[in-house]
Design a protein around this ligand. Structure first.
Ligand code: NAP
Length: 280
């Protein structure tokens, strides 16, 4: 039987650590979350982020803009937030409506307030291992591994998915901890063969229950980043938990695995930003 990694409990622990630190601060860290349009999933994420801020004692602002917002209007808001000393972290919820250029918008956020770590300066810093902020989801995965006592050094790590927000930075973080890393994607010739070599298998492809037990080496640690819907509309991951769990030594469930860590890491980054701005 695999250890089921309890992301909810580990996230609660991280948030409690942050709250204890914030309770001692005279000036509270501040996070601004910007959402454009009516995407229901994005609205839930934004609500959860605001709730997370409240729980740890941060100052927070949510800016809900209509779908019709122009690029100039959005950039003007970012400019104001960039200059606002109450705000240490700025997060623009993605995806943006089609008429807005995500690249231009992300580049407009000050790198030292970019708590999502999507700005090219921050992604470049991750590449050379000299960073202030780590992207929240891959950082959450690393914390889950640490809290579970999984040693990365010397392990064969396979990351399935190469997105800029999950797969690529995930691979860099595993490499920085001395894992031997393979990145797989939709053109990988023999995905099953690659996965079967993994001591640590991280899956982020966005395909419900795609990775079954026959992709899992006996004793592997399986981290499922996916947030998908199954045939009944129920939330599930990219890994078929039922067939993978008996093979794994440890595995994350969905929900309750990686998901809760993402907000905890966003709060971690915002606290770090506030400290770097000299808040005490
Ligand atoms: P994405 O941008 O759509 O990227 C998906 C990646 O998976 C791509 O690199 C793609 O390869 C690869 N892929 C797709 N089908 C594949 C296949 N059959 N075999 C091998 N590789 C395949 O997705 P993402 O933003 O990284 O998100 C991935 C999943 O994680 C989604 O379910 C998302 O909802 C979830 N997610 C969860 C959290 C969280 O907080 N828990 C945060 C972010 C994302 P190509 O590059 O070749 O197309």
């Amino acid at each position: 039987m695999a250890t089921v990694i309890d992301g909810k409990a580990i996230s609660a622990k991280v948030r409690a650590e942050i709250k204890a630190e914030v309770d001692k601060m005279t000036v509270k860290p501040g996070l601004a979350v910007v959402i454009v349009g009516e995407d229901p999933a994005s609205k839930v994420y934004v609500r959860n982020k605001a709730k997370g801020c409240e729980e740890v004692g941060f100052y927070s602002e949510v800016h809900e803009l209509p779908e019709s917002t122009t690029e100039a209007e959005l950039l003007a808001l970012i400019e104001r937030l960039n200059a606002n000393e109450k705000i240490d972290g700025i997060l623009v919820q993605l995806p943006l409506p089609k008429h807005l250029d995500e690249k231009i918008v992300i580049n407009a956020i000050r790198a030292d307030k970019d708590v999502d770590a999507f700005h090219p300066i921050n992604t470049g810093k991750i590449m050379i291992g000299d960073y202030d902020f780590l992207p929240c989801t891959p950082a959450g995965v690393m914390r889950l591994l640490k809290e579970t006592g999984v040693e990365v050094s010397g392990k064969k790590c396979v990351v399935v998915g190469r997105s800029n927000i999950v797969g690529k930075p995930q691979a860099m973080l595993l490499l920085q901890q001395n894992g031997t890393v393979t990145i797989c994607h939709s053109r990988t010739a023999d995905l099953k063969k690659e996965c079967l070599e993994a001591d640590i298998l991280v899956v982020a492809i966005g395909k419900a229950k795609f990775i079954t037990g026959d992709y899992v080496k006996p004793g592997a640690v399986v981290i499922d980043v996916g947030m998908d819907r199954d045939e009944n509309g129920k939330l599930c991951g990219d890994v078929d938990f039922a067939s993978a769990e008996p093979k794994a030594s440890a595995i994350t469930p969905v929900p309750g695995g990686v998901g809760p860590m993402t907000i905890a890491m966003l709060l971690t980054n915002t606290l770090k930003a506030a400290r770097l701005f000299g808040k005490k």
